[in-house]
Design a protein around this ligand. Structure first.
Ligand code: MBD
Ligand code: FE
Length: 299
């Protein structure tokens, strides 16, 4: 079975590009690149041409998730694998692949309709070292773990689990959290050493995306970012704490689109065996809006 190897890039739609530029560079520490394409800009975290594409389209939500496969053979094999699983996809045109700065590209959607792309061959700019938007002690921890992880909306969790398994991921329920009469049992999927790359099953969500987690190599960058967030009064949705599954020390803050960034350090590698937890190690208390899982189900 061929596997996706990482969340390589993500597209987001935003209403206020200036506010996003300020947030991404001055709060998060990403590098902002404007190539004068008019309707989009880029955010860098490492040598890649970009890790986030910021589309000026007012959606204030996820536009697509870009999953990498190793090369041309895996790209062909993935198409056979998707067909065998009954998943519809489209091979993107050369222009569409170039638009994403990749060699080849597939376009599909997960069971909740979140746009998904599978690609190989990203443009890596080794002549253009990452230049953080503001001082950083270290760097973003991307590498083989990709951009980070995200929690996305799914209304049929088993269907979503089957879909991401067909992409070559593994995973299962990792928490059973009591919320009054309800139990929330989110599923966490991984495809590399990062504990999870995509997770879902936290209940109804207004947006496609709940949060994107980015990881830094130096704990002091979490501390410095937290001070910046408090100084600039960015809403903290979850206070600093440590997760039971990936052992990540992190906090969560609201971004200008109203969804959330998780800023973490010290994640442990995926265990590759299933476990579940009923609470985190410490911290992670809800503040401005919390986990957004305490809303009543819509149906
Ligand atoms: C995570 O990264 C996370 O966001 C949640 C809600 C639980 C465990 C790990
Ligand atoms: Fe997370």
């Amino acid at each position: 079975m061929v596997q996706v190897t990482e969340l390589g890039y993500m597209g987001i739609g935003v209403a206020n590009v200036d506010e996003w530029k300020n947030f991404a560079t001055q709060i998060v520490g990403m590098e902002f690149v404007d190539e004068k394409e008019g309707d989009r800009c880029y955010l860098r975290m490492d040598y890649w041409h970009h890790r986030l594409v910021v589309h000026a389209n007012r959606s204030d939500d996820l536009e697509y998730l870009g999953f990498r496969v190793a090369g041309p053979d895996e790209f062909q094999q993935m198409q056979r694998q998707l067909s065998a699983a009954g998943i519809k996809y489209r091979v993107a045109s050369d222009e569409e692949a170039e638009e994403r700065r990749v060699l080849e590209l597939l376009k599909l959607a997960d069971p909740a309709g979140n746009p998904v792309e599978v690609f190989h061959g990203p443009e890596i700019q080794y002549s253009k070292p990452f230049h953080p938007g503001r001082r950083m002690h270290g760097r973003f921890k991307t590498g083989t773990g990709g951009v980070g992880h995200c929690i996305v909306r799914q209304d049929d969790v088993p269907a979503a689990q089957r879909f991401y398994t067909a992409l070559g991921m593994r995973g299962s329920v990792e928490y059973k959290i009591r919320m009054g009469k309800r139990t929330v049992a989110p599923v966490f999927m991984h495809c590399n050493d990062r504990d999870h790359t995509v997770a879902f099953g936290i209940g109804p969500q207004e947006k496609r995306i709940n949060h994107l987690m980015v990881e830094v190599e130096n704990l002091d960058d979490v501390g410095m970012t937290y001070d910046l967030v408090r100084h600039h009064k960015v809403p903290v949705t979850i206070t600093p704490g440590k997760h039971s599954n990936d052992h990540m020390y992190s906090f969560y803050m609201r971004n200008p689109s109203g969804w959330v960034f998780e800023y973490g350090w010290g994640g442990r590698p995926a265990t590759h065996q299933s476990e579940y937890y009923v609470e985190d190690i410490y911290g992670h208390k809800p503040e401005a809006g919390g986990f957004s899982v305490d809303v009543a189900p819509k149906r």
